[in-house]
Design a protein around this ligand. Structure first.
Ligand SMILES: [Zn+2]
Length: 264
């Protein structure tokens, strides 16, 4: 599942190829399941003749803004991605629809597993409120994080994954934050001292910023992170202990049994 840095990379790509381009036609191929609350023909009619003027990312949600002030929300799911191309031979195999731009070039939406969800959004604030979507994890203020974490009984992992508290964190980045801080992800968030909660917040934003700066290209992530070691038989980059795999908050979790203290 793409998390905040992965969606940010998709946003960078979109901004580069699609902004200020006028849509001449919307080519519908198979939009079943992925288009929500709007039919393919209605979607095509609303988009045709429009120009993308901006974009906004909040957590894992990406909103493309148009010249009429409306937005198209892309929630990418496991396999959704944009593909920009000129040569029809480059059309991706599972392209579900595409925007043909007036000045040439075509932005296809490729989605093999149809797990993406796309909405036409007339009122952005109302949509975000209805989704009960928290502030973006990179925009969230430390004081608000501390306020939400204070006295909370759930696990760190459950808290950081809950998109209504903060938007954008996912399974892998939560494990990274906990490992870097030396705290077991099943620890109760409210049992951390305020100082530890503050450190966790700062650590989380630093990790996300680094991942964003690296455009979510995993092989470029620092060797000293847990990230590229979380495999079966992988060892802790700090002390060489074999990593453990467990379910925490319903998600597959890697941690070091030596370095990460459980508080419960
Ligand atoms: Zn370790």
């Amino acid at each position: 599942m793409p998390e905040l840095p992965e969606v940010n990379a998709k946003k960078n790509h979109f901004d580069q190829v699609a902004l200020h381009q006028k849509i001449e036609a919307v080519d519908l191929i198979d939009t079943s399941y992925i288009l929500k609350e709007i039919s393919g023909p209605a979607f095509a009619e609303k988009l045709t003749g429009r120009t993308f003027t901006g974009s906004y990312r909040r957590g894992k949600y990406f909103f493309a803004e148009m010249d009429n002030g409306d937005h198209v929300l892309f929630h990418f799911g496991m396999s959704g991605r944009f593909r920009y191309y000129d040569d029809p031979a480059d059309q991706p195999k599972y392209e579900r629809f595409a925007f043909d731009f007036e000045e040439g070039g075509r932005l296809g939406f490729d989605c093999p597993r149809k797990l993406a969800r796309i909405h036409y959004v007339e009122d952005l604030d109302a949509f975000i409120a209805k989704k009960n979507l928290g502030e973006d994890a990179l925009v969230l203020k430390e004081a608000d994080f501390l306020e939400m974490a204070k006295g909370r009984k759930g696990t760190i992992k459950g808290f950081l994954l809950n998109q209504k508290y903060l938007a954008g964190m996912g399974n892998l980045y939560v494990d990274e934050v906990c490992w870097q801080q030396g705290i077991h992800p099943a620890s109760v968030i409210g049992l951390l001292s305020e100082e530890e909660q503050r450190a966790m917040f700062q650590n989380m934003q630093a990790i996300l910023q680094k991942a964003v700066a690296l455009d979510a290209v995993y092989p470029d992530y620092p060797e000293e992170w847990l990230w590229n070691h979380r495999d079966k038989g992988g060892t802790c980059p700090k002390d060489g202990t074999e990593l453990q795999r467990d379910k925490v908050a319903g998600r597959s979790t890697y941690y070091c049994p030596q370095c990460q203290e459980l508080r419960s």
